[in-house]
Design a protein around this ligand. Structure first.
Ligand SMILES: [Zn+2]
Length: 447
């Protein structure tokens, strides 16, 4: 079926909910018609009062294939994405093996995704201390940005870089106007000694706010010095907000994201010996997270991402509970919408503000704003239908990720994705996959 109509009394168009009919034809939104409108011989899908909106664009996902497909793979991750209402995701240059730090490894990763993309998928390239001369070719090959770490990434194959490495590649990033994505933690020895590695608070104190703020200062320096696009991934430290705010007043080239786990959980509630909650930077205390929410409600964050970064249960040290030995990463791709919607409702986040943070805004960051992220004529027909009044509990059976281990298990949430369309094809119907391999591999046209 590549010619049909979708109607809802609540289509999210031009930042408001309106009664409209979308005519979907040849993978695109062919026409947007006000009100309920039928056309002879064209199927009419009437979704009543359910929300119809652009598919979610998750600009920060770790899929780990090839090389670590026992952690997560394209098949399972993109199925989880489709069920969760994510129609486009951008995959990070780690934790697959090889890591995406040259064109050869980029091609290997693209090949590994063949016949496994159930939603659209693009990629970032990575900067490590030894690959400055590979960056231009990676950009030309179609990555959406270049990601680097300012502290140990957790993977020896992806060592962290310093200011000099960033200065070396900044002119290339400037030439192609491509964003530099930075994991902002700058480690030092100014941390307490660990006494009980199963105590969450000790883990929290081992990655203090000043690691993030020192790294943010470095990121802002690079941004200002070279006038390049710099994106701060997964902000957790609220002490970073003021400096980001100030710099953002001077430039539109600085962007910042945060993730559901920093907005949904608080360190006070994390039990000891539960590294399922371990991520870096860490989930901080309630007052910190309240500040993140205030910044979000004041339009500070450019967009929100899952930072889905799963690992097998043994790697997460789920049995022995050692926060320091466990892999740092939260598995949650499938649940970005209900988690943020649930907490957002409590915090007074209206849907008109919430939806663009998952659709239009990441599309703009990725340079896809003329193609994705809006229900607009000529745009790709990546569309989701969801019920914002359905409350349910996240169960193990519903999880499509490779591993069921996620801190969101058993959480009572609000907001359920019912139908998902990818490139004009319905891939999810009543929360079940009905069509596979409808996703496209996305390469950015960097000229
Ligand atoms: Zn990440």
């Amino acid at each position: 079926m590549n010619n049909f109509l979708i109607h809802s009394k609540r289509c999210f168009i031009n930042n408001q909910f309106i009664d409209a009919t979308l005519h979907i034809k040849n993978k695109k939104i062919h026409q947007v018609i006000n009100g309920s409108h039928t056309i002879d011989n064209i199927p009419f899908l009437d979704y009543g009062n359910l929300i119809v909106m652009p598919g979610i664009i998750d600009a920060h996902v770790h899929i780990n294939e090839p090389g670590r497909e026992h952690w997560e793979g394209f098949e399972t991750a993109t199925k989880a994405a489709a069920i969760g209402g994510i129609t486009t995701l951008i995959e990070m240059p780690l934790n697959a093996s090889p890591v995406t730090t040259n064109v050869k490894s980029f091609k290997i990763k693209q090949n590994a995704s063949t016949h496994k993309l159930h939603v659209n998928c693009g990629f970032y390239g990575g900067i490590i201390p030894t690959n400055a001369n590979e960056i231009e070719d990676l950009i030309k090959a179609g990555v959406f940005g270049i990601k680097g770490f300012l502290t140990h990434s957790g993977l020896d194959e992806f060592p962290n870089i310093n200011k000099q490495h960033l200065e070396d590649i900044a002119p290339i990033l400037k030439k192609y106007d491509i964003p530099l994505l930075l994991h902002c933690e700058l480690s030092d020895d100014n941390i307490p000694e660990v006494i009980n590695p199963k105590n969450y608070n000790e883990y929290l104190l081992s990655r203090p706010q000043h690691w993030e703020t020192n790294a943010i200062d470095l990121a802002l320096d690079i941004q200002e010095q070279f006038d390049i696009k710099v994106h701060i991934v997964h902000l957790s430290a609220s002490e970073g907000i003021e400096r980001i705010k100030n710099r953002k007043q001077a430039t539109r080239k600085l962007t910042v994201e945060t993730c559901p786990h920093y907005l949904f959980f608080n360190s006070e509630d994390i039990p000891d010996a539960s590294p399922i909650y371990k991520c870096a930077p860490p989930i901080r205390d309630k007052s910190n997270n309240d500040s993140l929410w205030r910044y979000l409600l004041n339009d500070g964050f450019d967009f929100l991402t899952s930072d889905h970064s799963p690992a097998p249960p043994a790697r997460k040290q789920l049995e022995n509970g050692d926060f320091f030995k466990a892999w740092g990463g939260i598995s949650g791709l499938q649940f970005i919408l209900p988690i943020l919607n649930t907490e957002g409702k409590k915090r007074g986040l209206c849907l008109e503000k919430f939806i663009p943070l998952l659709t239009e805004n990441p599309a703009k960051f990725l340079g896809l704003e003329f193609q994705k992220g809006k229900l607009k004529e000529g745009f790709d027909a990546d569309i989701i239908v969801w019920n914002d009044s359905e409350t349910y509990t996240i169960t193990g059976e519903s999880i499509q990720h490779k591993h069921k281990a996620t801190p969101y298990l058993n959480e009572k949430v609000n907001g359920k994705v019912i139908h998902t369309f990818v490139n004009g094809i319905q891939v999810v119907e009543y929360s079940k996959l009905i069509s596979l391999q409808q996703g496209k591999l996305l390469l950015k046209n960097n000229k």
